[in-house]
Ligand binder design. Sequence first.
Ligand code: L5Q
Ligand code: ZN
Ligand code: CA
Ligand code: CA
Length: 567
Amino acid sequence: MSKKVIIPAVLALSVAFGTTNVTTFAAPTGESTLLYKADGLSKQEVVKNFLQSQIALEASEKVRAAGGEQFKIISEEADRTTGTYHVRTIEQYKGIPIYGSGQAVALDANNNVYASFGEVTQTLGLSVIPTEASISQEDALATAKESIESKIGAVKNYDGIDAELTIYPYEGQYHLTYLVKASTSLPEPGYFHYFVDATSGEVINSFNAIHEADALASTPITGRGLDALGKMQTFSATKDAATGKNLLHGTIVSGSNTVGINTYDARRMGETGFILLSALLGFTGFEVETNTNFFADPAAVSAHTNSVKVNDYYQKIHKRNSLDDKGMTLVSTVHIGSKWNNAAWNGKQMLYGDGDGVQFSSLAGSMDVAGHEMTHGVITNTADLIYENESGAINESLADIFGVLSEMHSKGLSSPADWEIGEAVYTPYIDGDGGLRSLSNPRTKALHPAYGLRDNVYPDNYQDRYLGELDNGGVHINSSINNKAAYLISEGGEHYGVNVTGITRSKTEKIYYRALTLYLTPSSGFAEMRQAAIQAATDLYPDRNGAPSQETQTVMAAYDAVGVTGE
Ligand code: L5Q
Ligand code: ZN
Ligand code: CA
Ligand code: CA
């Protein structure tokens, strides 16, 4: 977290030219304060000068001398609700991006910096990092493929694979690497990340970030079919001009936005079918076809209609145009693998298993699971939280939070509140045992003793967090700590002696969406999540007479209650 100081722009500019006379002023009250005064400069100059001013002079001069700017603007967004302007940056070294770096800087209506999230690297200018690769991109791709296939078996078709030159900070050193990202569906869903040293060809680190995970004219039709829960649904589908068959290719129209929804069937089978149809279908699976308007595959009907519902939620509540906010087509594939007890986002699309019928029934049947997986798609396109350790737990938690909130929105206010994940498909032979995770009371769900958690249940405060290496550093475990905070913000309650006044679901989802899209960065952990939520609450529900609003106080109290305190 940056220090809260106001640096007049004139002084900040002189920093760049070698003067060390930087003035700091006392910060106003509250956790949100003005950081940097703008006058006269463009928004982009203000942001870059502000970030530059956060680096010690010697290092900052060296970066310039080395012939590059440390900060690169990657997105800009004006927020009409608050008249504020939001800029995301990443760090680079001689034009090569630094993995996991990122800042989110917020400007007020006068272009002053009032908030900044994301660590600024101090040592970049003092480091000597190789920038010339001695192995080729093809070599890096081959190395990654070999390792992936030694783990999951031969991959006949990658859903996507690319290698990008990236500087990777690892164990106290900067490495010039090719970051290889590979998406797979068969033989196993995966979203592999490989850091291949571009000077030696050695794999420095790797992880699987699977987020459980035509020219011809066609006519839109209305399809019908029973979903995985036995409910009749109607939905948008297509009559294919070439074959005369009806397919699960729909469109959602909202104002001037149109989003495609395509649902496919992996038919639980091996690679052969995929190879045949890959050229036509882009490796997503077989078409779900029918000669009538009736679609007879309940898992496919559920995946199709649930992705419409989740998209409606993001569109109506958050004014978001699909997962990338640019109208990308929503692709789902059902019947992945045999009795697979999971659902996933593989970096490109949703994947649903059929479940083994005991632990899970068809996972496509649960709308909150669709909301969870699709939120991973939103996160990839916004804060891009790294999928391990604390940032991974925040990533998982936001997927759960928007999973349950999208489901509750869809069911409407007359339905009972539901803060469980996956209850519609979890343990079909056991009634009333809720879902696989609970946001309202994480401690009601057991965890394998191998994790060594207190009472062998999911944690509901920071002190009980999991610090081992399983589950990418506990991403599906420690998420519960933030889940509980979100629940308390919405519904209120006493937790470890802290009283929290609930502020409703509607305000809670606005705060988390704003934190996710404007303030969280790839490396954000629990402390940054707290600060981002406080900032979002303060933007939406401003301080009065120097005192934080009820909404902001509630956010602070909820994070206090789960043991994530300020500083
Ligand atoms: C998980 C998504 C869900 N999957 N995957 C462990 O592995 C572990 C948990 C999950 F929607 F199916 F739940 O959350
Ligand atoms: Zn997930
Ligand atoms: Ca639920
Ligand atoms: Ca059950």
